[in-house]
Design a protein. Structure first.
Length: 94
């Protein structure tokens, strides 16, 4: 599911990255972008749309999940968002 804003909070990503409030405030838009991109990537990899609440899932989406009901998916989003933050340039493996 494409969202204008991430489902998870930037504060959660800030804690994941151990950023102080001053740095997080200065980079809030960047953190929001990384969090949204991480959610979109995880959603695509799962082949399931992510939603903030069960009431947000349309009846036509039989595979949609509430993101916060799945701690493993939340962690995947946090780890990927952290990767995006810490590796702002292209990363290659090998």
């Amino acid at each position: 599911m494409v969202h204008d804003m991430a489902i998870l909070s930037v504060d959660l990503l800030q804690r994941q990255l151990r950023l102080d409030d001053e740095i997080a405030a200065a980079e809030a838009m960047l953190l929001q972008a990384y969090l949204s991109a991480a959610e979109a990537h995880i959603s695509a990899r799962l082949g399931r749309n992510l939603y903030a609440a069960a009431s947000d899932i349309p009846e036509t989406d039989g595979y949609g999940i509430v993101l916060t009901d799945h701690p493993d998916v939340v962690l995947a989003v946090m780890l990927l968002g952290g990767h995006y933050y810490n590796n702002r340039e292209a990363v290659t493996d090998g």
